[in-house]
Design a protein. Structure first.
Length: 295
């Protein structure tokens, strides 16, 4: 069982011709609403791949009886929720321009309860975007832990990063998050990657860098026709963690994560095109060869 801690959210994804300058405006070319939240996306990805998953999250008065709740039930996601009756479920407002850049505004809503919530003790946990103090407590209580800072990275202090790094086994970050973490910690990205047992730094179209006990390897991305980059990192983590729990090597976990992510970017929405294990394995064989545990 993989536990995932962090946000459940509703995603509003808009396409705009350009990002407006200060004191100006623009118009939307498209506006769609999807199920989202970093932790919930990862949990949905794990469940679709056939893994068992518990989602530790917070939701508002709008969640019980909603289509999102029904989807989680259909996926078989076990839910350990903090219910906040006087707040809505968190909402993300994402704007993509025609050049492929993205800006996100995030309303924490019910997720604000994390700041004062009691953290559970978990065996195998991934800490996605959530309150930094809550994630520190989760990391300190858990047997095996992985972490990605996501869009909440600016909320972390140096002391909180240090506490988490001292208590995790796997660090996930994109290149921008890794640079920010390294700056806050007063170190280099290279040394940051060496500070944990396994570090995975994703690099957009260049693929990802895997660092295991300081030894680095590059894994290329899979080229697909991209409709929306939102959720690619979450799908990568879902693929990696599902494979890791099944006993695959870190390198094979990266290729499985890369393959899972390649499906998500083909459609708009973080959970719209999550692959099953069988779909993922078929594409994996085309690009990386057959999935073998010894590889």
């Amino acid at each position: 069982m993989i536990s995932v801690v962090g946000h459940t959210a509703i995603d509003h994804i808009c396409q705009v011709p350009r990002f407006p300058e200060k004191h100006t405006s623009t118009y939307t070319l498209d506006h769609q609403i999807f199920f989202g939240g970093g932790a919930a996306n990862i949990a949905a990805g794990i469940a679709t791949l056939g893994g068992e998953c518990t989602l530790v999250s917070a939701v508002g008065s709008d969640f019980p009886g909603s289509a999102y709740e029904r989807r989680m039930e259909e996926l078989g996601i076990e839910r350990r929720f903090f219910y906040v009756p006087d707040r809505p479920t968190a909402t993300a407002f994402m704007f993509n321009d025609l050049a492929g850049a993205q800006i996100t505004y995030f309303d924490w809503g019910a997720s604000s309860v994390f700041a004062e919530a009691e953290a559970p003790a978990l065996d195998f946990v991934h800490m996605a975007t959530a309150d930094p103090s809550f994630n520190v407590k989760v990391a300190e209580k858990s047997e095996f832990a992985s972490f990605d800072p996501g869009q909440d990275i600016l909320k972390y202090s140096r002391e909180q990063f240090e506490a988490i790094l001292d208590n995790i086994n796997i660090l996930f970050a994109n290149r921008h998050e890794a640079a920010t973490m390294a700056e806050v910690l007063g170190t280099s990205v290279s040394d940051l990657a060496k500070s944990v047992e396994i570090a995975v730094i994703t690099m957009d179209a260049e693929g990802c860098m895997l660092c295991v006990h300081g030894e680095k390897q590059m894994v290329p991305a899979i080229r697909v026709e991209m409709a929306d980059p939102t959720g690619a990192g979450d799908a990568f983590r879902a693929g990696f963690l599902t494979a890791y729990q099944r006993g695959y090597t870190p390198l094979r976990c990266c290729t499985i994560g890369t393959t899972a992510a390649s499906f998500v970017v083909e459609k708009v929405g973080c959970q719209t095109n999550l692959p099953t294990w069988e779909r993922m394995a078929e594409r994996h064989e085309q690009h990386f060869g057959p999935i073998e545990k010894g590889a």
